[in-house]
Design a protein around this ligand. Structure first.
Ligand SMILES: Nc1nc2c(ncn2[C@@H]2O[C@H](COP(=O)(O)OP(=O)(O)OP(=O)(O)O)[C@@H](O)[C@H]2O)c(=O)[nH]1
Ligand SMILES: [Zn+2]
Length: 355
């Protein structure tokens, strides 16, 4: 049996789908479980919120083993069945299978989870020196391949002299289906602009490089006053670290997960998934003369004629990177041998010509 305090958990992002999944969990033990959300992950414990209070909880060995066998970790935003034992120690007993997971590939190739059960990713970028359209396209590819809705938030509109041109550049490059919101993150108008994505039951995550204005946005969206403050600000510990991820509640009902600054990362997606996130390229490619057009120098290429050249280059680079990761060692040897053979044949022909 699991207790689900739906109304109390709603401001923590509980959706009907998660509630249903939780109700179907098969907990064999007789212990009474309550549904709770992971609001912070520490080295050997997690912070869980059950709608009433936060608990510092350990992971039941069985859950640890299960996560290990699935090569995954408990992540901020996960939902779990929680129990409290006779010694008042809280335990995470079972994880509700997540609906979405935002992950990136670390430079060593390992999959690193950033947040679970996210509906909307706010892709935060400053209109100042932080501005980089290619990086924004990579963020977009990452979140769309995780099936999370992207919303681009361009901060520092009030202080960046180049703001108008940069906003235009973003509109020009990104598909029209992606919302682009230029804001001053310090102003309440940012709250109005992002308002349509802040309904109760929604979970947002903020992604962007260090200094882009993520914490500033959280303060504006959560409201500076204690009454509407986030989960973090109500526990008396304050928000003394920007390196940890944490979950906050917004005044309008949604909850929002802060992440440490991202700069270098690779999306955790295969080439096909990535390609699908460049919907403009995909749609135009249907009209290229050759079915397998790579939009490089083939004649009759409609993509090259219509898509921003830098955007197209970025697309091709992302695909190459993804394909490189997918290639097995054997593929790589095979490809090297093929190029060697081609190279040899080439120099052979050159020798023949000279002879
Ligand atoms: N004028 C103005 N200043 C902003 C805006 N957004 C952020 N800032 C300032 O930019 C600086 C960095 O903002 P933060 O919110 O700390 O950036 P962050 O993305 O949380 O950075 P990390 O915590 O390192 O990941 C702060 O001094 C903010 O006051 C904006 O829209 N307008
Ligand atoms: Zn083409």
């Amino acid at each position: 049996m699991i207790d689900i305090a739906f109304e109390a958990l709603r401001p923590l992002g509980l959706s009907p789908t998660i509630a249903l999944r939780a109700a179907q969990m098969h907990e064999p033990s007789a212990s009474r479980l309550s549904l709770a959300r992971v609001t912070e992950v520490q080295r050997d414990c997690v912070t869980l919120h059950d709608g009433m209070a936060e608990h510092s909880a350990r992971l039941l060995p069985r859950l640890l083993q299960q996560l290990q066998s699935e090569a995954t970790q408990l992540t901020i935003g996960d939902w779990v069945g929680m129990t409290v034992d006779a010694h008042a120690q809280a335990w995470a007993v079972e994880r509700v299978a997540p609906i979405t997971q935002i992950a990136r590939r670390a430079n060593d190739g390992r999959r690193q989870l950033l947040a679970s059960n996210v509906d909307v990713a706010l892709l935060v970028m400053g209109l100042d020196a932080d501005f980089n359209a290619r990086r924004m396209e990579r963020y977009l590819a990452m979140v769309r391949s995780c099936e999370v809705t992207p919303v681009v938030v361009l901060t520092k509109q009030d202080i960046a002299p180049a703001a108008p041109e940069r906003i235009q550049e973003m509109y020009r490059r990104l598909p029209a289906t992606v919302p682009v919101l230029p804001v001053n993150g310090l102003s309440h108008e940012a709250r109005t602009a992002i308002g349509p994505w802040l309904h109760p039951g929604q979970t947002l995550v903020l992604l962007g490089s260090s200094g882009a204005g993520k914490s500033t946005l959280i303060n504006t969206l959560a409201g500076a006053d204690q009454a509407t403050g986030g989960v973090r600000s109500s526990d008396g510990r304050g928000r003394h670290t920007t390196t940890a991820r944490s979950l906050h509640r917004c005044a309008q009902g949604a909850c929002i997960i802060d992440t440490p600054g991202l700069r270098t990362f690779r999306p955790d997606a295969d080439a096909q998934q990535l390609a699908a996130t460049f919907e403009d390229v995909q749609a135009l490619a249907q009209q290229c003369r050759f079915r397998d057009c790579r939009h490089e120098n083939e004649p009759g290429c409609v993509v090259r004629a219509s898509v921003d050249a830098d955007r197209l280059q970025n697309y091709q680079k992302l695909l190459r990177d993804a394909q490189r990761v997918e290639m097995t060692a054997l593929d790589r040897i095979e490809q090297r041998n093929k190029w060697k053979a081609i190279g040899k044949a080439g120099s052979q022909r050159a020798r023949e010509k000279r002879a």
